[in-house]
Design a protein around this ligand. Sequence first.
Ligand SMILES: O=C(O)CCC(=O)C(=O)O
Length: 313
Amino acid sequence: MPQLGEGVIDWGKDGIALTAEQKRFYGHNGYVIVRKCVPESEIDRYIERFNYLCTADRSEFPFMSVMRDITLAKTSDGKDVSKITKIQNWQDDPVLFDYCRYPTVVDVVKDLIGTPSSTLCAMHTMLINKPPDTGSLTSRHPLHQDLQYFPFRPADFICCAWTAMQRINRANGCLVVVPGSHKGPLHPHAYPNWEVKNQAYHGIQDYDPSMPRTYVEMEAGDTVFFHPLLIHGSGANRTDGFRRAISCHYANDDLCRYYEEKTKSQEETDKDVMRMLELKTKKLGIDINDIDVDYSFVWRIRSRAVNGEKCNL
Ligand SMILES: O=C(O)CCC(=O)C(=O)O
């Protein structure tokens, strides 16, 4: 029997959205796939909004970050949708935030990290537009654990929802997961030993390649929910089209708290994230070195309750 979320989650009982069997699958494997979780009509709205946000005046969304693939960045005018690989931190965008609040998604997350009355916070929002690989394999995402980036705990009350916005398979770079790896420790991360690499895409250093991997192939609207210690990544996009997915990391606001302790490798990741924030806020005329800002501050200003009112995060 899984021990995750002991005392809060009843793994033997059906939840609001998941059967007991689906919940147990998550407990054993660290992920569960819910097919057709988000309707295509919603996905179409998010795609339309993504296209708008890429070209819009960004001063309306000062904290949203727009990332470009390292090999495409130099060839772009910054607003060319085809060069944008990811938009993050769109928690204040009224259209995209509907994804974080989408009732089926929220119900599944409550089944995995809370109870029907738990307050959930959206901690990190992303829409990933994986570009066709330029030949440098920079469209890959190295194997990593999301907890590496998070200064809040306990890990068992954090969960990511990642929804395919189209058919996603091995050809266009589906997610790859190592089932059961969420039961292990947080491994040391660093930049991978690749010739060219994207900023803040850190990977596990002591990865054991003999661990069996599962390729998560999905159709539009299918959603995979996964634990923040689950080892995962994604392959290169070897097709001519973009591969899109939308995701939100949730934390149970009743049970999670910010946490100061970090490993040496987390200190390096945190520095990278802080450097990115520094560049962003400089453009807004704010020097974060002039104010007393720690790493948890970055997350406090991003987190948004998806139901109820946040008290802790
Ligand atoms: O969508 C992908 O390719 C992987 C995304 C991911 O794992 C991440 O951004 O942490």
